[in-house]
Design a protein around this ligand. Structure first.
Ligand code: MBD
Ligand code: FE
Length: 251
């Protein structure tokens, strides 16, 4: 690690210094930037800030070495592995979401030759129908809208849940302020489902899926433009179906 630090950090510092010089940044601006970073820390937004601006770049680098399904950003709200109960039927939802739009998330996990991977683990998480993450926002119990499914002998999985909608990243803090007020951008992400797939001998895949024609698809505030998991809109028995297949690279 320390060799990598020696390799990377001097370039990083050089890039920042060049930018400061290029724009003739003043003491006043330097101080304002420092105050801004302190606010990012104090509001607990370090993970959000870093993910909003840099996560997609790390994913882009990682994807160069993948032949199977491309990865997408993890985002700040996975929590930890203990938050995921094994689910066979439906992800738990809050009682107040009982009448929200039903959704089925299903698909198949294979290796890069198309062979099914039985017993693969898939962690699934998404926002509530009103755009909040359990275990993070408004004291919502961490069990909601999260779960772990295990693929069957054909590598298939299927689980019910409640449909999330386009999602606005928290915009009352410094991250949203920078995006909206100072950069003139917006703070919306398309409706999305997060995935983390694991199987023996295969490389982990962290991913997200979106709906074709979904609002903000292609104009994501987190700049995820590697949208190979945009799935067609499908409706079955009144439920929106999101069919997502994953091909996992060898470990
Ligand atoms: C999210 O829900 C998310 O998925 C990302 C990438 C960033 C902020 C909030
Ligand atoms: Fe998310």
């Amino acid at each position: 690690m320390s060799d990598r630090v020696k390799e990377v950090v001097p370039d990083l510092i050089y890039a920042i210094r060049s930018t400061l010089k290029k724009h003739g940044v003043t003491f006043e601006e330097y101080g304002a930037a420092m105050q801004y970073l302190i606010r990012v820390q104090e509001t607990g937004e370090v993970p959000l800030f870093v993910d909003a601006f840099f996560n997609a770049t790390i994913v882009e680098i990682d994807n160069v070495t993948r032949e199977g399904t491309q990865a997408d950003i993890q985002g700040p709200y996975y929590l930890n592995s203990e938050a995921y109960q094994i689910i066979s039927e439906r992800l738990p939802h809050r009682p107040i979401d009982e009448n929200a739009q039903d959704m089925v998330i299903r698909g198949q996990i294979t290796d890069t030759d198309g062979n099914p991977l039985a017993g693969a683990e898939l962690d699934i998480w998404h926002s509530t129908p009103d755009g909040l993450y359990s275990g993070v926002h408004d004291g919502i119990d961490a069990k909601y809208c999260r779960g772990r499914v295990i693929t069957d002998a054909q590598g298939r999985y299927s689980v019910k849940s409640k449909l999330p909608v386009p999602y606005q990243i928290p915009n009352q803090g410094p991250t949203g302020e920078l995006l909206e007020q100072h950069l003139g951008r917006h703070s919306w992400r398309p409706a999305h489902i997060h995935f983390w797939a694991r199987a023996d001998g295969r490389r982990d895949l962290i991913n997200q899926a979106y709906f074709e024609n979904g609002e903000w698809v292609g104009d994501d505030c987190c700049e995820t433009d590697h949208l190979d998991l945009v799935v067609p809109e499908l409706i079955e028995n009144g439920a929106r179906v999101m069919e997502v297949n994953f091909a996992l690279d060898p470990a």
